[in-house]
Design a protein around this ligand. Structure first.
Ligand code: DGL
Length: 262
């Protein structure tokens, strides 16, 4: 049982930013990652479609024998995790924009959130923002187009820079001192963001918190892999493997990337 892999899915390559944190914190765990890049971006789809795609990904990972599923996509988490938890026995870990730590530490009382339309329009996002950020001004911005650029491997292109600048400039004018990355693709933009943002703006994402939560649920449910050899990592994508290969280059030796039709 405990050698069974952790399943991770995202609308594409972005959730590998979460996989990295998990593989780092839990080096003996085997993982299976599902990149549904053919259907990216999820963020522009109606909630019902996001739910159906999340169900399809969940069933794929359950069939592969996963012991726990990490929904490494804010858009899928905010639109589907309640349904998944109610309808499947396997434990689920979700990812949500890290508003809480930003709200706790902001000095200017102004926090920027860059996320997809699907996340920003979800009920879960609004209830979290209300719960953790009362008295804080949240400046939301849809990162339209960014997921497509990252799926294309364009983490540092001029087009990506121009879009990012367009999205963060209004937040900077309003004096944010925290920028929350509410999409698991966006951590791949941190090098570019660091060039664009002034030093007083802290960028935060949810990767480490998700990895810690994954570890604690595996411990609680006695599902940790007791082997002490390095985990094996299998990545499935339903498009060409190029961007995944580029992103995962040098990540670990025990890694296989396969293209599948799903
Ligand atoms: N990585 C997904 C997220 O965290 C991207 C969503 C999309 O495909 O639009 O929201």
């Amino acid at each position: 049982m405990n050698r069974r892999p952790i399943g991770i899915f995202d609308s594409g390559v972005g959730g590998t930013s979460i996989w990295r944190e998990i593989a780092h914190l839990l080096p003996f765990e085997n993982t299976i990652y599902l990149a549904d890049s053919k259907n990216a971006p999820y963020g522009e789809r109606p909630a019902e479609e996001i739910l159906q795609l999340s169900i399809k990904n969940t069933e794929f990972l359950i069939q592969k024998g996963c012991k726990l599923i990490v929904v490494a996509c804010n858009t899928a988490t905010t639109n589907a995790i309640d349904y998944l938890r109610k309808n499947y026995e396997i434990p689920f870990i979700g990812i949500e924009p890290a508003i809480k730590p930003a709200a706790l530490h902001t000095k200017s009382k102004k926090v920027g959130v860059l996320a997809t339309k699907g996340t920003l329009s979800s009920a879960l996002f609004h209830s979290t923002a209300q719960l953790h950020a009362s008295g804080i001004e949240i400046l939301e911005r849809q990162g339209k187009g960014l997921v497509e650029l990252i799926e294309n491997g364009e983490m540092k292109s001029e087009e990506t820079r121009a879009l990012l600048q367009e999205y963060v400039n209004p937040m900077l004018k309003k004096d944010i001192d925290y920028l929350v990355l509410g999409c698991s693709h966006y951590p791949y933009l941190i090098p570019l963001l660091r060039e664009i943002l002034p030093n007083n703006v802290t960028v935060i994402d949810s990767g480490e918190a998700v990895a810690r939560q994954t570890k604690s649920i595996l411990e609680e449910k006695e599902l940790l892999n007791s082997d002490d050899s390095n985990g094996k990592h299998l990545f499935y994508t339903n498009v060409a493997t190029d961007t995944l290969e580029m992103i995962l280059k040098n990540a670990t030796e025990n890694l296989i990337i396969e293209q599948l039709d799903f």
